[in-house]
Design a protein around this ligand. Structure first.
Ligand code: GLU
Length: 294
């Protein structure tokens, strides 16, 4: 065993589909290629979007595919105390403030602002409540003041990345006034608490990485390595495969076919393996050659 620690962190809003399986497989392969540990974290922090039974279904699918994880499963819904501690640490730095803006107001004022939308169409929070809530308004969310400057890192698949988080994103929300913790805070706190060294996930989260790194630094946490894998697209609609777009669940009755197809979706040539263990062994070897640690 090395000191590599990876993780798969699904949101339990539905079973694994071809897109989430590609991310799970890549992250499993990277951990095994590095002879590291591979952890499972259920990201049920967004309780209204959590579908009962989905987490158990995902765990069953992973087992049926031979993607076994190490150690105990971490459930974000049980981690409120840790998120509160991080919140308090940021507040003690004078970085947290209440924001009374509605989604609509943020969208409208961002449209009027000078900043161009980011690559994914995201418009920055314009800082309306940065110097205090307007009279008569109540906080709807808690935001963290983002420091100025460009955040740079190298993605192990995509190469050098940079983003000026304060400009492109603005101050990020870490908690809603109704108590719901934001994914961005939870993921940073949990990766550190679980000793994660390497994040391997879908490229839909590439745009969140710089802000997560900044948040981690503000909390005094060690930096992580990142590898973002290409998204699996629906051949018919051309859209990213997702639960929202109605992607069908993985058929674990045919685990080898499911794994081979996730492997091809990641851009690799078929392994033509004769069973699941054979597939996983071959894919791990290929992965280790293609993605040595820097
Ligand atoms: N829970 C997130 C999702 O399913 C993934 C978070 C992560 O890998 O950082 O999209």
């Amino acid at each position: 065993m090395t000191d590599y620690v990876g993780r798969f962190a699904p949101s339990p809003s539905g079973p694994l589909h071809a897109g989430s399986l590609a991310a799970a497989l890549a992250s499993w392969l990277d951990a095994r290629a590095q002879r590291g540990r591979w952890l499972l974290r259920i990201e049920d922090v967004d309780t209204p979007r959590t579908v009962p039974g989905a987490a158990e279904r995902i765990m069953m699918q992973l087992r049926e595919l031979g993607l076994h994880w190490d150690g105990e499963v971490v459930w974000q819904s049980r981690r409120g105390a840790a998120y509160q501690q991080a919140f308090d640490a940021l507040a003690a730095q004078g970085r947290v403030y209440g924001c009374g803006c509605t989604r609509r107001e943020i969208a409208d004022s961002a449209l009027r602002g000078p900043a161009a939308p980011g690559a994914d169409g995201e418009r920055p929070y314009p800082g309306t409540c940065r110097h205090g809530l307007p009279p008569g308004r109540q906080a709807r969310a808690w935001r963290v003041r983002m420091p100025e400057g460009v955040e740079r890192y190298t993605d192990r698949w995509l190469g050098p990345q940079e983003q000026d988080v304060a400009q492109a994103v603005g101050d990020i929300a870490i908690r809603r006034a109704d108590g719901l913790w934001a994914y961005q805070l939870a993921v940073v706190v949990d990766d550190a608490a679980q000793g994660v060294t390497d994040v391997v996930r879908g490229a839909d989260l590439l745009g969140s990485t710089a802000r997560q790194r900044v948040l981690g630094r503000l909390l005094g946490l060690p930096p992580l390595r990142y590898l973002h894998v290409p998204l699996v697209m629906d051949p018919v609609s051309g859209l990213k495969l997702s639960k929202q777009n109605g992607a069908p669940p993985i058929d674990t009755a045919a685990p080898l076919a499911a794994l081979e197809s996730a492997w091809r979706a990641l851009g690799f040539a078929p392994q033509e393996a004769h069973d699941v263990p054979d597939f996983l062994a071959r894919a791990t070897e290929t992965w280790a050659r293609r993605f040595p640690l820097p």
